[in-house]
Write a protein that binds this ligand. Structure first.
Ligand code: DC
Length: 226
């Protein structure tokens, strides 16, 4: 009797600035698995809605936008990371801004928008395996994942990391402003009614405060191998 083998999934959930994005990309590379950056999908929809001049609180219009927006991930090659193409436009740089993050967080609280992105996310589960980075990967999208990690770090540490990243890109930000934005976004993401930010019951919690990226990657790989 033959049966289709289950494609293994590692979910990495956590708040913004917990190091999720970098860790997920490195772990996916080490395992040779695919990567789903689900935050980029919400950012892309927020961006597309803004570009179309939609009112971000108009649930019907934003849901239609989520259903219709064409989002593609393209490898930039030579360690250049992944480019995100939204409706044919390379929006990678715009999607990284705090404005895009805030727009994503706002539209991500709409159940119909989340629903519109489910099939797209499930489609990333292809052999030999998937690393899924987000907020609800282990709780809602891939509840049957074999490996689940929840990364955290103090808000102060996350603000510091974000500050460094954004400063390196030449953006004009303040540490205090970033920490306030991070705390506001955390509380909105954690308190929303659908798919709130919370660890799956079977997730391994990793507090990355004071840890460097290599240590976190080693810890996450150990979870997969255990
Ligand atoms: O991971 P990120 O910062 O790129 O995510 C941007 C926003 O998208 C975040 O504030 C919450 C939302 N999001 C979500 O609701 N569910 C996910 N799986 C990923 C992101």
């Amino acid at each position: 009797m033959s049966h289709t083998p289950v494609v293994p999934v590692l979910t990495i959930d956590g708040p913004s600035g917990s190091g999720k994005g970098t860790v997920s990309a490195l772990v996916a590379e080490r395992l040779g698995w695919r990567l789903l950056d689900s935050g980029a999908l919400y950012r892309a929809v927020g961006y597309a809605a803004g570009a179309a001049g939609l009112d971000l609180s108009d649930v019907e219009a934003v849901t239609r936008c989520a259903q219709e927006t064409k989002i593609q991930f393209r490898a930039a090659g030579d360690g250049g990371g992944t480019r995100v193409i939204v409706n044919g436009h390379d929006a990678t740089d715009e999607l990284r801004t705090e404005t895009a993050g805030a727009a994503a967080s706002a539209i991500a609280s709409m159940p119909s928008v989340r629903e519109a992105l489910v099939a797209l996310q499930l489609g990333f589960r292809r052999a030999p395996g998937l690393v899924a980075d987000g907020r609800d990967m282990g709780t809602v999208i891939f509840p049957d994942a074999a490996h689940k990690v929840f990364l955290t770090a103090s808000a102060a540490e996350r603000a510091k990391r974000r500050y460094k990243q954004l400063k390196e890109k030449g953006l004009n930000v303040t540490l205090g402003g970033l920490q306030r934005e991070i705390e506001a976004r955390d509380s909105r993401d954690a308190s929303r009614a659908v798919a709130p930010l919370k660890p799956a019951e079977d997730a391994v919690l990793v507090d990355t405060t004071g840890m460097d990226i290599d240590e976190v990657v080693a810890k996450v790989l150990a979870v997969v191998q255990s």
